[in-house]
Design a protein around this ligand. Sequence first.
Ligand SMILES: NC(=O)c1ccc[n+]([C@@H]2O[C@H](COP(=O)([O-])OP(=O)(O)OC[C@H]3O[C@@H](n4cnc5c(N)ncnc54)[C@H](O)[C@@H]3O)[C@@H](O)[C@H]2O)c1
Length: 336
Amino acid sequence: MDKKLKVANIGMKFGMCHVEGAMKYSGAEIAALCDCNEENLRFAGERYGIPEEKWVTDYMDIVNNPDIDVVTVAIPDQQHVKVSCDLLRAGKHVLCEKPLALTREDIEEMVRVADESGAKFMVGQICRFTPAFEKAKEIIESGTLGELYFVESEYAHDYMKLCDDWRADPKRHGVIGGGCHAVDLLRWLAGDPKEVFAYGTKRLLPMVEYDDATIAIMKFDENLVGKVFVSTGCKRDYTMRTCIYGTKGTLICDNTSPTMTLFVTDEEGVVQPAQTIDIQVNNHNATKEFEVFADAIINDKPIVTDAREGAKTVAACLAIVEAATTGKIVKPDYNF
Ligand SMILES: NC(=O)c1ccc[n+]([C@@H]2O[C@H](COP(=O)([O-])OP(=O)(O)OC[C@H]3O[C@@H](n4cnc5c(N)ncnc54)[C@H](O)[C@@H]3O)[C@@H](O)[C@H]2O)c1
């Protein structure tokens, strides 16, 4: 393609990793940076050497700019649907941060508008580009582990200093806001959980009304069960410890360690000594994420984490919250 994709980036905190992803992609150029906070906008603009005439504080200037092809959105979760839908209706391709949305109503709206728009929409479930998890997917698909019977992951991240107003919003339950990473990872590796049950506790974050620790158990099918643990007040470094158990082997990995551990059995079913696999630590692989998105736009390929896929992850998260609240087994509703 001769013409470079003209990219705008909205939200200049975590969203700066999208600026970096687009800058590293040879077929793209930054056409606008947007943040409603002028200080954050200036910081990012100066950091990346983007000229001031490309800085905007109102995202509608991007919606109304016909020269812009692609927009990344990294603003509080509550605004994902409104801003993404405005951009899609204007014909922009949109890469929006996870979670897709926080409510059933909003995920349905997002799927509907993405379907109608004809533009590409991707939700940034970035764990699908984390080297350790990409390797886990490859090992599972190679058959090395045999058939999976138990999968577990976690989202353990201390929000004590992170929990600003929008993260403390009761709608932004930790299972949806951050736990969606672990839920999406298990959906990617093992399929859709059909039933979930959950318990929660609230011990650590005084500023939130929702549980700050949740344990969910899941039934994928008759022979495959799983578990997700979410703690948004945990007293440890951020990580997503993940264990995949199969009939022929076991894999233990996470997103923040330089190695992963693989156990396999020999022909007689005897477990062999642990193998250590070196892994590049790249928890937020925004470069690969943007590459995959741009490639799908340029070559008109389907988006793997499209609106429907992002919606299914939120639907599973909503089911976990409902199960923890009601004390009942819940079947996630994946119909959109
Ligand atoms: N993929 C990941 O691992 C990951 C990690 C962190 C955050 N996130 C997601 O990224 C998003 C942003 O998170 P954050 O940590 O950067 O939040 P933040 O609150 O630190 O920063 C949000 C930025 O967006 C700006 N903003 C808010 N509303 C805006 C609007 N309408 N128009 C323009 N700018 C606006 C704010 O001024 C601020 O600079 C959230 O959806 C969050 O869930 C994802």
